[in-house]
Design a protein around this ligand. Structure first.
Ligand code: HEC
Ligand code: HEC
Ligand code: HEC
Ligand code: HEC
Length: 126
């Protein structure tokens, strides 16, 4: 019985760590940027998922007729279609997709006097 409880406890602790631990911090480093002038970006995905009032669909999308129909269940790291580069192809388009998503939201938070993320180049490209 003790052993059984131990297994249950171990399971309860390791499964969430396996599910969320691996994507707590992501290095955004797309091979499409061949003539790189800036460093890859360390993105604290885990912290962003904790921000109050932010949902997965504020950052992730799949549009049909202009409506974001993405189901959160699609958001699996094995699903290649969820990565920004799978739709925003080409260096300029992909760079704009990240900048518009990241910086636009940080700007909007500052305008609302909320704590926000960085807007200066060197704060993301370290
Ligand atoms: C603040 C924006 C933001 C929020 C909120 C967010 N994500 Fe992400 N997520 C990203 C970005 C950016 C990436 C990197 C995608 C890329 O570079 O192609 C990513 C990547 C992922 C990946 C791939 C992980 C990996 O290791 O590469 C998964 C899975 C994922 N997100 C799931 C989720 C789920 C589930 C939620 C909601 C609970 C969520 N995300 C909320 C921005 C966000
Ligand atoms: C399944 C395809 C798909 C994926 C994956 C995807 N996008 Fe998009 N995205 C679109 C489409 C379609 C639009 C709307 C029209 C357009 O700009 O092409 C759009 C629009 C946007 C816009 C608004 C464009 C603007 O100029 O205002 C931003 C910002 C953006 N995406 C960022 C991202 C980021 C960041 C990721 C990865 C976390 C991502 N997208 C993943 C298809 C996708
Ligand atoms: C939808 C809104 C939103 C989007 C999109 C978003 N952020 Fe943030 N970000 C925030 C907010 C809010 C904070 C402040 C969190 C806090 O400390 O309370 C933040 C904080 C940060 C920080 C500093 C704190 C930390 O967790 O490291 C960095 C760096 C950062 N963001 C990078 C990014 C990058 C890179 C992207 C795009 C891939 C991005 N953010 C997209 C809302 C957003
Ligand atoms: C909020 C975070 C953030 C800020 C601020 C930011 N960037 Fe980026 N930028 C990104 C992310 C994320 C990528 C995608 C990185 C990758 O895939 O390697 C990117 C990609 C790029 C790229 C394409 C990759 C390369 O090296 O050719 C360039 C150029 C770039 N950024 C320049 C800038 C400049 C210049 C500024 C300031 C005006 C800036 N960025 C501010 C997040 C940011």
């Amino acid at each position: 019985m003790k052993k059984f409880i131990f297994v249950i406890i171990t399971f309860c602790f390791t499964v969430p760590v396996l599910l969320f631990g691996q994507m707590e911090v992501i290095e955004i480093n797309n091979p499409v940027f061949k003539l790189r002038s800036r460093s890859p970006v360390i993105f604290s995905h885990g912290n962003h998922m904790m921000i109050e009032d932010l949902s997965c669909r504020d950052c992730h999308h799949r549009f049909e007729n202009g409506i974001n129909v993405l189901d959160e269940a699609e958001l699996d790291s094995d699903n290649k279609d969820i990565y920004c580069r799978s739709c925003h192809t080409g260096e300029t388009e992909l760079k704009n997709a990240y900048h518009r998503s990241c910086i636009r939201c940080h700007d909007a938070m500052i305008k609302k006097n909320k704590s926000a993320g960085p807007r200066l180049c060197g704060e993301c490209h370290k």
